[in-house]
Write a protein that binds this ligand. Structure first.
Ligand code: ADP
Ligand code: MG
Length: 594
């Protein structure tokens, strides 16, 4: 077979395959075009998962009559002028291939009217061929209707999933853009039914409410826009010689709100939706120890960088991006999210429904603090170290306490030898004694480890521990780490080891079990942690107070006080909550006192 140049209709279909994977890709391109056209309302309609019909209606600037055909020409774009513009992109589209590609594999009807013209245009294309053109009046803006997607590429049609699946992809797309563009009013209809409507107030929080619902939105934490220097001056410089700046803002979920998959991690780079696994990883890293294993946060984050610092052109659908300084963008995102999580330290509530605080409720809580804590009277635990100033505001002594954001807790008692019951200024708290102690010990151990000062103790009688061969093999590999955390282990023939020293905290505990668990590579891999992290957590787990242990009041107070001084008092190192909170308002509601 001789070599030949492919006919244009074949190359068009090949190119279309790169841009148009499924109905959601069509939705993406059309919505981006609407946004680029300056629309303030975008209405999306899909039928049968979008394979039957996708229609996007906007009130943007429209296309002038003499440019309508050009819009369907490959590499025709109204947005780029020169090759240099590629590095200074401020619009969502610029490749000029979306309409051409979509038209090649569907039946298109476009009605548009430029704001500057008195009459609009209607064109109809099939398989990329112009079939019909007429003048048509309409209000300024554009309606693009895509019907029978992939009708002429049966192989692609076969790859489409069920209608509900395709619809859910399209839906995810529109909701993503609705969140990223809170100033636009989005409407989404699926098979004639209204499924999404945003108000376009310009407030991202309102878009969250419109898209995710009030209950979820209330549990989202604001990542305040912060200007961060991406490239420290003097080391590496951006193209124009100035250190580049980066802004990260949006919302992330409080740790108590999480999902079983990563689909709720949304990123927009310069307001363009991207799927970037390293950004997702950065956010997940920020939740390190705050989420249970296998759970993922919700995030809607905008990253704004100098267009010269990012290459959005590496993927035909502009879905992936490449930053000039990937590592710094990554760490900026991680720090921004981590800062919010540490500042907020939300406490999981007993019910999934968060109780919004009314002004009266705040006032009531303030009153409560007045009445219940006037200088160590009946209600007040002397351990609380309460003082009263002239203006009768309760003041807690000790700078640490003020820093942590944990409410002042009075220990009431123990429940089921597992939980500590405490009273705070705003209701009741149940603390998991094991989880709380794990948090305390974890932070202590981390600090000791950082200062290379983990207390270790020699055993009077060396202990022999029998391991599995794979566990024994790990001992040699991690000798140094084990030494640093206080273990001195020696081979003792076969897979038996001799334990000479252990971390001081482990004395009197089940040393063999702790060592065996630390050396369990499978457990480590399953948790997806480094050896160091796995070792620290296992140690902490084995040295902390267990469930089933009766605790004297004094010990419980001690624990609560130590917990207050940790940086993340509300979760244990494994991400489980250390406490749950029954607010005064909830109690009143449950008891029908309203
Ligand atoms: P790109 O968006 O990459 O420029 P497209 O093929 O998506 O390429 O669109 C081609 C051109 O058609 C755009 O550059 C724009 O000028 C015009 N266009 C497409 N959709 C619209 C719309 N909804 N409103 C106004 N102009 C549009
Ligand atoms: Mg486009």
């Amino acid at each position: 077979m001789g070599i030949r140049v492919l006919p244009p209709d074949v190359t068009a279909k090949i190119a279309a395959g790169e841009v148009v994977e499924r109905p959601a890709s069509v939705v993406k391109e059309l919505v981006e075009n609407a946004i680029d056209a300056g629309a303030t309302t975008v209405r999306v309609e899909i039928r049968q998962g979008g394979r039957r019909l996708v229609r996007v209606t906007d009130n943007g600037e429209g296309i002038p009559a003499d440019e309508v055909e050009l819009a369907f020409a490959r590499h025709a774009t109204g947005k780029l002028v020169s090759a240099e513009d590629l590095f200074d992109i401020h619009t969502l589209g610029f490749r000029g291939e979306a309409l051409a590609s979509i038209a090649a594999v569907s039946r298109v009807t476009l009605v548009t009217q430029a704001a500057s013209e008195s009459i609009g245009t209607l064109v109809r294309l099939e398989g990329g061929e112009l079939l019909h053109r007429e003048s048509k009046g309409r209000v300024p803006g554009t309606v693009v209707t895509i019907e029978n997607l992939f009708y002429n590429t049966p192989a692609r049609l076969k790859f489409l999933r069920s209608d509900p699946t395709e619809a859910s992809h399209a839906l995810a797309l529109v909701t993503s853009y609705a969140l990223a563009y809170p100033e636009l009013r989005f409407t989404l209809l699926k098979d004639g039914r209204l499924v999404l409507q945003t108000m376009g107030t310009g407030e991202m929080y309102n878009a969250l409410v419109d898209v995710l619902g009030l209950q979820v939105a209330q549990q989202m934490l604001l990542v305040v826009p912060q200007k961060l220097q991406v490239v420290p001056a003097g080391t590496e410089e951006s193209l124009d010689g100035q250190p580049a700046t980066l802004r990260v803002w949006g919302y992330v979920s409080s740790p108590s709100l999480n999902r079983s998959n990563r689909r709720s991690l949304l990123f927009f780079v310069n307001r363009c939706w991207v799927q970037d696994s390293s950004l997702a990883y950065a956010v997940e890293q920020a939740y390190h120890t705050l989420l249970p294993r296998g759970r993922h946060p919700i995030a809607v984050l905008n990253v704004q960088v100098d267009p010269a610092e990012v290459d959005v052109n590496i993927h035909p659908t502009k879905r992936e991006v490449r930053f000039r300084n990937q590592r710094q963008v990554f760490s900026a995102v991680q720090r921004a999210v981590r800062r919010v999580l540490i500042n907020e330290r939300p406490i999981p509530g007993v019910s999934a429904r968060p109780v919004p605080l009314t002004a009266e409720e705040w006032e009531r809580r303030r009153q409560f603090a007045h009445v219940r804590h006037p200088g160590g009277a009946r209600m007040v635990d002397p351990g609380m170290e309460m003082q009263r100033t002239a203006d009768r505001e309760p003041v807690v002594v000790g700078a640490q306490r003020k820093l942590t954001g944990l409410p002042m807790l009075r220990v009431v008692g123990q429940l089921s030898q597992m939980y500590i019951i405490a009273e705070g200024p705003d209701g009741a708290y149940l603390l998991d004694q094991h989880a709380a102690h794990e948090r305390v010990l974890y932070e202590k151990l981390k600090a000791q480890r950082a200062s290379q000062n983990v207390p270790s103790q020699a055993l009077l009688e060396p202990l022999t521990v029998e391991l599995l061969p794979q566990q024994a093999a790990v001992v040699g590999e991690h000798q140094e780490l084990l030494l640093q955390v206080g273990f001195e282990l020696e081979p003792f023939g076969g897979s038996t080891i001799l334990v000479r020293r252990v971390p001081a905290a482990l004395v009197g505990k089940d040393i063999a079990a702790a060592i065996s668990e630390i050396l369990d590579q499978d457990a480590k891999d399953e948790a997806g942690m480094s050896w160091e992290e796995h070792t620290l957590r296992t140690l902490v787990c084995h040295t902390s107070i267990r469930a089933g242990q009766t605790l004297p009041l004094e010990e419980m107070r001690d624990l609560v006080r130590q917990l207050e001084q940790t940086s993340l008092p509300h979760t244990c190192p494994h991400g489980r909550p250390t406490m749950i909170h029954l607010s005064a308002a909830q109690l009143e509601r449950e008891f029908g006192r309203h």
